[in-house]
Design a protein around this ligand. Sequence first.
Ligand code: PEP
Ligand code: MN
Length: 338
Amino acid sequence: MIIVMQAGASRADLDHVVSRVEGLGLRPHVIVGTERTVVAVVGDERNAAAGGMESLPGVASVLPILAPYKVASREVQPEPTIVRSGPLVVGGGRIGVIAGPCSVESREQIVATARAVKEAGATGLRGGAFKPRTSPYSFQGMKEKGLELLAEAREATGLAVVTEVVAPEDVPLVARYADVLQVGARNMQNYRLLEAVGRTQVPVLLKRGPAATVEELLLAAEYILDAGNRQVMLCERGIRTFESHTRFTLPLATVPWLHQRTHLPVVVDPSHGTGHANLVESMAAASVAAGADGLIVEVHPDPKAATSDAAQTIDLPAFTRMMDVCRRVAAALGRDIG
Ligand code: PEP
Ligand code: MN
């Protein structure tokens, strides 16, 4: 349920509501909006009706939250969440662009890519140090050495580092280096991992599982929010369908659908979403046109030589061209990119 506080409610009124909610064995999430402060109450609400919340001082009304996801829902927070990490701003009319290789491979590769994508307008640097690979025999990433190289690239450029964490026990290590923790598609429903990233205050990029519904994506985000981390971005990266001309099918209706139901920003990944370098620019532009709050794109100085996802990786000039097109689409819609 949502407890809506009166405009003139005092801090003591709010604290009282919070302690009553906790006394019922439920968890209160206080959301201070521009218009109103609400307390989203989550947990098993079966005995909450007995709480008599309506009559507490400072309470304006008590409403049910109709969506199965609660803290993620627009009903609870009408204003968009803006995720910020250094120069990377995602949401609220700003389109953040995260670019870089699928995997960190060497100092030269990551630093050269970081400098070039920054020059072209990216504000975030991606690069996997821990790679979830379909085959156990594929390159699994440089692990901590890769994180160190990402930190060097940040030092050189100021870009925010976005990198994947694949296991709950790795969260403290990856969080020491990363500005944004990426939870990959294969881990979208790894609930222990979601809770572990939720216990940090590091922003999270949560990718949609290739066989997950958008409602399941929102419920996965809810694990992170409920654990206390509100800086969550959702990422559409394509789903598995019968279609085989692209690696995955990239459904862009996800973007406006999510915007209608959640305040969390939505990022699109046209690289994994298509699997083909020559489709990335068009789908990046289409994502911006659909209202995406951010893009995450695989870029490499020499895509043919990339150790992972070579076929979908664009080179540095192609990234500059992509940014030019996206900038024009964004401008036409009155939004800023980068
Ligand atoms: C990646 O970003 O390189 C990646 C592994 O993506 P996904 O989890 O979407 O497959
Ligand atoms: Mn990849």
